[in-house]
Design a protein around this ligand. Structure first.
Ligand SMILES: NC(=O)c1ccc[n+]([C@@H]2O[C@H](COP(=O)([O-])OP(=O)(O)OC[C@H]3O[C@@H](n4cnc5c(N)ncnc54)[C@H](OP(=O)(O)O)[C@@H]3O)[C@@H](O)[C@H]2O)c1
Length: 231
């Protein structure tokens, strides 16, 4: 990714704490979109002074098309899109509100569509692109109380594969990773750390994402890669 313009969405989130330093280590120029300034500060505390020379932060709500367009116009060119943004909620379908259902699709699928759509315009123009999206084990193995999340993440897989198909014959690729439980601060707080050894470390997921986002991965397209740790 040396010298590439990378848009890293969700880079301030729990997974982002592992992915951001890994992407910066590739000598890329990195723009992180964010909503919550407190999460930006949390991330900054984990980085090295030299990292800030190639790191930019732009506020954006990726559920709104105008905000995504503004973000990408400000970057100017996107060579690599690593889209980590997503969200999770659970509940039995007969008790689950339509509002929450739509929100799962907005945060997981609509943000993926909008960031891919506007990044692809730049990628088609320049003839180069790497897209890495994040789905979930739940897309492959939907479970009770995860109906909305599983359906939205299955949509992320389908969208990513469709992009990979329509960019065949170019140097633009799209691939999706499917983690089980990631060892993030929020998961440790919600579930305790007793089983954390079985979870996927953000650093190991970051290595997979960085490879898919690299020039070297030019022959991998439309892959939906499970990364389940020991779950
Ligand atoms: N954690 C897990 O165990 C797990 C398992 C499987 C898959 N995943 C997937 O992995 C990805 C990262 O998960 P995570 O644990 O790092 O989640 P996280 O800590 O909640 O981080 C999500 C990030 O997305 C940003 N975001 C949310 N809505 C946004 C919006 N509308 N516009 C712009 N930014 C928005 C958040 O920023 P703000 O806080 O500023 O809104 C945050 O930086 C997600 O796609 C998630 O579904 C996670």
């Amino acid at each position: 990714m040396k010298g590439k313009q990378v848009l890293l969405t969700g880079g301030t989130g729990g997974l982002g704490l592992g992915v951001t330093p890994a992407v910066l280590a590739q000598d890329a120029e990195v723009t992180i979109s964010y909503r919550n300034p407190k999460e930006v500060e949390r991330l900054k505390h984990t980085l090295l002074p030299a990292d800030f020379e190639r790191l930019h932060f732009i506020p954006a709500n990726l559920e709104e098309e105008a905000s995504v367009e503004n973000l990408i116009n400000r970057i100017g060119r996107v060579d690599v899109l690593i889209h980590l943004v997503g969200g999770f909620s659970m509940g039995k379908i007969h008790e689950y509100s339509f509002f929450d259902w739509k929100h799962e699709f907005e945060i997981n699928l609509n943000t993926t569509f909008l960031t891919c759509k506007h990044s692809l315009k730049s990628m088609w123009e320049h003839g180069y692109g790497r897209i890495v999206t994040v789905a979930s084990k739940a897309a492959n193995e939907p479970a009770g109380q995860l109906g909305a999340y599983s359906a939205a993440k299955a949509g992320v897989v389908a969208l990513t594969k469709a992009i990979a198909d329509e960019t065949k014959g170019t140097d633009i690729t799209a691939n999706v990773v499917l983690p089980s439980v990631i060892d993030t601060p929020a998961n440790r707080e919600a579930m305790g750390a007793e089983n954390a050894d079985s979870w996927v470390k953000p650093e190991s997921l970051a290595q997979l994402i960085c490879f898919l986002a690299s020039q070297a991965a030019k022959d991998i397209r439309g892959a939906a890669i499970p990364i389940y740790g020991n779950l």
